[in-house]
Ligand binder design. Structure first.
Ligand code: C5P
Length: 414
């Protein structure tokens, strides 16, 4: 499947400054993925970067000119003015320095201005993201750390390098993180002015696992994809997001992930985290029943008999009902969204659920369709509002469905 575009990156011009580290080759992938996701990427290369990768490589993946000369003018019309360093800086949404060498960080921290990147960095008024990449000894050096502190003090966002093996064969802290991590930080930097800036959102995701013994559990077909898409959409809108998850999907960069297994654990985590939240989105498929007793040891089969144990089930707590109680006492969170997966009488059941659980919105899902609901990447839902409204959303990716829901939550929080 082609890479899905990222709404937050549409109509954004990103300056990607590439400096002379062996990790420069990873910046090609970053430039390519940002372009495919919908951003206009203007690459600035230092002289040292060109020792590792050619401008042509970046030109090919971004479809835009590459800038590498302080004295160059640009008559392509792609920039707001023909003076490259001013035109690059003017109207840019973000300056990303990846990989950033010790030398470039020193120059940026002290305002030196002797090449296109350092001059453009002074001219730019957009947020700056710096991703250091160098040998571990160089990264740990007090001079590098002092320059990093200066950059932080000037408002730059520093992406922590990772620990691992270097091209030299040595190991330490100083590796450029993978593209997906870099894009996660870029999204965070761009989201700061979103419609949920300053708001706290709690999302639950995945199917809970109700233990039978230390190795077995009862669960359901929920993948957690819709919940994760909601967490990412809330993050892209600028919220601080806590994701209480029973799914094994990787936690998005910038999300406070709280792994849980059973409905009981999820309930405890939800009731604790909503005390500071503006909104709760209960996308998790919480099991309705759990084995009544959990055996301390693995339940053994008998070799000399066909006998099988009988599992007695008990009800799990209804998390949204306990949220309703806590909310009645504290008035927090202001917005609560539930989900209903139904295989018949979708809207009647969903409306009754919205009322019983005291929700502001209920997202009703017909799980009988092959292209919606559990496991797949697409969904088709009807959003019911406490005010009686009923908004159908046509088949779309779970990302787009999540964005529409988050937009509703944001307008309800105004
Ligand atoms: O009652 P039903 O399970 O169909 O309701 C679905 C909604 O209620 C979902 O938002 C789900 O996360 C939530 N739920 C819950 N506690 C349960 C079961 C479901 O909060 N025990």
């Amino acid at each position: 499947m082609a890479q899905e575009t990222i709404t937050l990156l549409q109509n954004k011009r990103i300056l990607l400054a590439v400096t002379g580290s062996i990790a420069a080759y990873k910046a090609v992938d970053l430039a390519s993925k940002l372009t495919q996701a919908g951003a206009a990427v203007d690459v600035i290369m230092t002289e040292a970067a060109e020792r590792f990768v050619t401008p042509l490589t970046f030109q090919a993946v971004t479809g835009r000119p590459v800038y590498n000369n302080l004295w160059q003018t640009d008559s392509s019309g792609g920039l707001p003015t023909h003076i490259a360093h001013v035109g690059l800086a003017e109207g840019a949404s973000l300056l990303v320095v990846a990989p950033a060498t010790a030398n470039t960080m020193a120059k940026l921290a002290h305002g030196l201005a002797d090449d296109l990147l350092s001059v453009t960095a002074l001219a730019a008024r957009c947020p700056v993201v710096v991703a250091p990449a160098m040998d571990g000894g160089m990264y740990d050096h007090p001079a590098t750390q002092a320059n990093l502190a200066l950059l932080r003090g000037q408002g730059a966002i520093i992406i922590e390098p990772e620990t691992g093996r270097f091209a030299s064969g040595l190991a330490g802290k100083g590796r450029l993180p993978e593209t997906s991590t870099l894009i996660g930080h870029i999204r965070l930097a761009l989201a700061k002015t979103g419609t949920l800036a300053g708001k706290q959102v709690v999302v639950t995701a995945g199917g809970t696992r109700e233990p039978l013994d230390p190795v077995r559990f009862i669960t359901n077909r929920s993948s957690g994809k819709q919940g994760y898409a909601l967490a990412q959409a809330a993050l892209d809108a600028g919220a601080a997001v806590t994701l209480i998850t029973a799914s094994d999907l990787p936690i998005p960069v910038g999300v406070n992930g709280i792994p849980v297994a059973s409905a009981g654990e999820m309930q405890q985590a939800v009731l604790e985290h909503i005390t500071k939240a503006d909104a709760l989105l209960m996308a998790a498929a919480v099991a309705d029943f759990r084995p009544k007793d959990r055996a301390d040891q693995k339940i053994k089969k008998k070799d000399d008999s066909d006998e099988a144990p009988v599992i007695t089930l008990a009800r799990t707590p209804d998390i949204l009902m306990s949220v309703k109680e806590q909310r009645a006492a504290q008035g927090i969170p202001r917005v609560v969204v539930g989900f209903a997966a139904e295989s018949e009488h979708l809207l009647t059941h969903a409306r009754a659920k919205l009322e019983r659980k005291g929700l502001d919105f209920l997202i009703a899902n017909d799980i009988t369709a092959a292209d919606a609901g559990f496991e797949v990447d697409t969904n088709r839902v009807v959003i019911l509002g406490a005010d009686g409204s009923q908004t159908p959303l046509a088949l779309a990716t779970k990302t787009r469905i999540a964005e529409a829901i988050i937009e509703l939550v944001a307008s309800a929080l105004i």
